[in-house]
Design a protein around this ligand. Structure first.
Ligand SMILES: C[C@@]1(CC(=O)O)C2=NC(=C\c3[nH]c(c(CCC(=O)O)c3CC(=O)O)Cc3[nH]c(c(CC(=O)O)c3CCC(=O)O)/C=C3\N/C(=C\2)[C@@H](CCC(=O)O)[C@]3(C)CC(=O)O)/[C@H]1CCC(=O)O
Ligand SMILES: NC(=O)c1ccc[n+]([C@@H]2O[C@H](COP(=O)([O-])OP(=O)(O)OC[C@H]3O[C@@H](n4cnc5c(N)ncnc54)[C@H](O)[C@@H]3O)[C@@H](O)[C@H]2O)c1
Length: 226
C-alpha cells in the first residue's frame, strides 16, 4: 500500500463518526484530543462512549446513518458492524471527494490510522499497511518504553532555546552544528537520569553568546517539571 502520511490539524473541523462500538470510541478519543468537532450517529453506543459523549458535549444522534449526515463534514469514520452501510458511506465519500476511514475495509478507506506514541510535541506513528494492525500496537508498546517524558520536556526547552539560537547566531553552518549536537538521544535521556549533568552537557553545546542570554539554571529551577 502506498500512502502519503500527514499530520492533520483538525481543531474546530467537523468530523462524523458512524457507529458506536469500541472502534468508534477509539477514534473519538483521538479526535477529541485534536479538538475536532465530532458528530456521532448510531442507534446504540457502548457505555464508555456514552459517558464520553456526555462528558465532552459531543453531538449525538441516536439513529441509523442518513446520507445527509455527511453534509458539511470533511472526514467521516465508517465504523459500524454493517458491511453494507460502511460501503455506502465509502461510496458517498468517493462521490463527494471526502476523506473516509472504513473500519472493515482497507480498500475503501482513503486513509488509515497509525498507532501513536506521543510525548508532548514528539509524535511517532506506526503502521503496517493494514497487514497486521496488532503489530502496530505491539511496536507502539515497545517504543513507548524508549521515549519517555524527558522527550516532552526537552522539546519544551527547545521551543524556547531554538529561536534564541536562530536570533543570535547568524552563521548558518554554526547553527546547523549546534542543532545537530542538541539532537542527541544520549543528552535527552540524561535529563531523566541526572538533571545537573544534563545541564552541564547542554551548556557545553551552546555558544557563549547564547549561554549569556539564556539562563538555563533559571529555566531548570523547577527541575524541568520531571
Ligand atoms: C493501529 C490502530 C490505530 C487505531 O485504530 O487507533 C489500528 N488498529 C488497531 C488495533 C487493532 N485492530 C484490530 C485488532 C484486533 C486484532 C486483529 O484482528 O488484527 C487490533 C488490536 C487490538 O485491538 O488489540 C483489528 C482490525 N483492524 C483493522 C481491521 C479491518 C481489516 O483488516 O480490514 C481489523 C479486523 C477486524 C475484524 O476482526 O474483522 C483495520 C485497521 N486498523 C488500523 C489501525 C488500520 C491499519 C493500521 C496498520 O497499518 O497497521 C486499519 C486498516 C484501518 C483503520 O482503522 O484505520 C490500533 C492499535 C492502536 C494501539 O493500541 O496503539
Ligand atoms: N479498524 C480497526 O481497528 C478495527 C478493529 C476491530 C474491528 N474492526 C471492525 O470495525 C467494525 C466495528 O467494530 P466494533 O467492535 O466497534 O463493532 P460494534 O459491534 O461494537 O459496534 C457497531 C456499532 O455500529 C452501529 N451501527 C450498526 N448499524 C448502523 C447504522 N446503519 N448506522 C449507524 N450506526 C450503526 C451499532 O449500533 C453499533 O453501535 C466492525 O466491522 C469490525 O469488524 C475494526
Amino acid at each position: 500500500m502506498s500512502c502519503y502520511p500527514i499530520n492533520l490539524k483538525l481543531s474546530g473541523k467537523r468530523v462524523l463518526i458512524v457507529g458506536g462500538g469500541k472502534v468508534a470510541y477509539r477514534k473519538a478519543k483521538r479526535l477529541l484530543e485534536a479538538k475536532a468537532e465530532i458528530t456521532l450517529v448510531s442507534p446504540t453506543v457502548i457505555d464508555e462512549l456514552k459517558y464520553f459523549v456526555l462528558a465532552n458535549n459531543i453531538k449525538y444522534y441516536q439513529r441509523e446513518f442518513k446520507k445527509e449526515d455527511m453534509l458539511d463534514t470533511c472526514i467521516t469514520f465508517a465504523v459500524t458492524d454493517n458491511r453494507r452501510v460502511n460501503s455506502l458511506i465509502a461510496s458517498l465519500a468517493d462521490k463527494h471527494n471526502l476523506l473516509v476511514n472504513v473500519a472493515d475495509s482497507l480498500e475503501e478507506s482513503t486513509f488509515t490510522l497509525p498507532a501513536l506514541i506521543k510525548q508532548g510535541d514528539l509524535l511517532l506513528t506506526v503502521a503496517t499497511g493494514g497487514n497486521l494492525p496488532a503489530l502496530s500496537k505491539r511496536i507502539r508498546e515497545e517504543l513507548e518504553n524508549s521515549f519517555g517524558e524527558e522527550f516532552k520536556v526537552f522539546l519544551e526547552l527547545m521551543k524556547i532555546l531554538r529561536p534564541i539560537i536562530i536570533d543570535n547566531i547568524d552563521d548558518e553552518k554554526q547553527r546547523r552544528k549546534i542543532f545537530r549536537e542538541l539532537a542527541d538521544l544520549e543528552l535527552i535521556r540524561l535529563l531523566a537520569e541526572d538533571k545537573d549533568e544534563f545541564l552541564e552537557k547542554l551548556n557545553k553545546s551552546l555558544p557563549a553568546k547564547v549561554r549569556k542570554i539564556c539562563d538555563l539554571a533559571y529555566i531548570a529551577e523547577d527541575g524541568f517539571g520531571l
